[in-house]
Design a protein around this ligand. Structure first.
Ligand SMILES: [Zn+2]
Ligand SMILES: [Zn+2]
Length: 195
């Protein structure tokens, strides 16, 4: 279902903790989750989140990079590519690059890497491109009830579609990775729009 309103965004691993050892192989483990998010973007006003759909169970990978392979970037890259053979090609490409960069930083010593990654497919419905939707009346808010910090009326904030509660985008993205209801009123936000 490719169209001009869809784009894929890969978020680099959010957390990682390289651990150096003098003499052992390097371990690389990563959990990849793939989502689709439907967002309505009016000409004026805040973007609205219709919902998020998980596009499959999380992919969990853990593998070892033999220390010998760390000597050569090309050998390391081939090894990582081989281990990730079943991963979707675009994601694999980025993971390979990422692993290689860390290898460069480790200066040939072993490391252990743990990472979480999200691959998000955004579907934007833009009012300027003919999408219309029934927008509930906005409820004015001044703070994000996830982080309790100030909420400015700018691109960093987003509203839920049905209940019109506003949050920082990043706060809401983190929240809906694990929960499918509005952080403030618990109204479900997983529902997909009707196309
Ligand atoms: Zn926040
Ligand atoms: Zn709400």
């Amino acid at each position: 279902m490719e169209n001009q309103n869809s784009r894929r965004v890969f978020f680099y691993p959010i957390t990682f903790s390289p651990r150096f050892h003098s003499d052992s192989a390097s371990h690389f483990s990563i959990k990849i989750e793939i989502f689709r998010r439907d967002i309505y973007r009016p000409i004026t006003g805040k973007e609205r989140l219709f919902g998020q759909t998980s596009l499959g169970p999380p992919i969990q990978l853990k593998f070892e990079i033999p220390s010998g392979f760390l000597a050569s970037i090309e050998a390391c890259r081939q090894h990582v590519s081989f281990v990730l053979a079943d991963v979707e090609p675009r994601t694999r490409e980025i993971l390979v690059l990422y692993a290689i960069q860390l290898n460069g930083e480790s200066r040939g010593r072993a490391f252990e890497l743990k990472a979480d990654a999200e691959d998000v497919e955004y579907h934007l419905m833009e009012e300027s491109k003919g999408w219309t939707t029934c927008i509930p009346k906005s409820i004015p808010v001044h703070e994000c009830s996830i982080c309790l910090e100030e909420l400015c009326d700018n691109e960093e904030s987003i509203e839920t579609h049905d209940c019109s509660h506003a949050f920082h985008k990043l706060c809401l993205w983190r929240w809906i990775r694990t929960k499918s209801s509005c952080p403030l009123c618990r109204h479900p936000i997983y529902a997909r729009p009707k196309f």
